[in-house]
Ligand binder design. Structure first.
Ligand SMILES: Cc1cc2nc3c(=O)[nH]c(=O)nc-3n(C[C@H](O)[C@H](O)[C@H](O)COP(=O)(O)O)c2cc1C
Length: 188
């Protein structure tokens, strides 16, 4: 269990291959996502699963978003963005469903819970032997993409998550020393 957590690392879609998570494994991953700590049990996350030809539709959305919102983008770059989703067998769009008017649970805690849920999803995928990457990039902030996905105003896209099987080794980045981010209190 602890090894599964410590050995998790991002695998870029270019280093992924088929198959992506099977329906049964995807269900287990979503069950793991549901096990995140969630103050007030608001379930402040939503996941849209995109696979098969859905990835082409997602690529079309990416391309139209970038063409509409960044008109200086070269045609070659637009085409690259159109085909980008095809690099991963399965994509999950992670959305925060944040109630900014909640009387007890501040928005930041809801985003924290949603982020924990996403990490559970990634760890579950890793433990089942899949490769994964949590990305955002311009598409996550594109109004065109948001509209095309049917995302309600105010709900952030927290991640565009790519899943597949590892095609080649990918070295994890150096991890920070625990001393650099932890300490005791009161200080001695
Ligand atoms: C909210 C969020 C958004 C991210 N967006 C991107 C991104 O758009 N592109 C990218 O290369 N990495 C992005 N990352 C970082 C990668 O997911 C990954 O953490 C990083 O490449 C380090 O690799 P590691 O996961 O093996 O430590 C994002 C991470 C988070 C938490």
């Amino acid at each position: 269990m602890i090894e599964n957590i410590i050995s998790r690392t991002t695998v870029p879609p270019l280093k992924m291959t088929a198959p992506g998570p099977s329906p049964a494994d995807l269900r287990r991953m979503l069950e793991a996502a549901a096990a995140a700590p969630d103050h007030g049990r608001l379930v402040p996350w939503r996941y849209l699963v995109v696979s098969g030809t859905g990835r082409e539709a997602l690529g079309d959305l990416f391309a139209s978003g970038i063409a509409a919102e960044k008109p200086d983008t070269s045609p070659a770059e637009i085409e690259k963005q159109r085909t980008a989703p095809m690099r991963a067998p399965l994509i999950i769009i992670a959305i925060g469903r944040i109630d900014t008017d909640h009387p007890k649970i501040p928005a930041i805690e809801q985003i924290a819970a949603a982020s924990a849920s996403i990490q559970n999803l990634l760890l579950a995928a890793h433990s089942l032997g899949y490769a994964a990457k949590w990305a955002t990039g311009a598409h996550a902030y594109s109004e065109t993409v948001r509209r095309g996905l049917g995302i309600a105003a105010g709900d952030p896209i927290l991640g565009i998550l790519y899943f597949g099987s590892p095609a080649q080794p990918h070295d994890p980045p150096a991890r920070p020393d625990v001393e650099s981010f932890s300490g005791v209190w009161p200080p001695t």
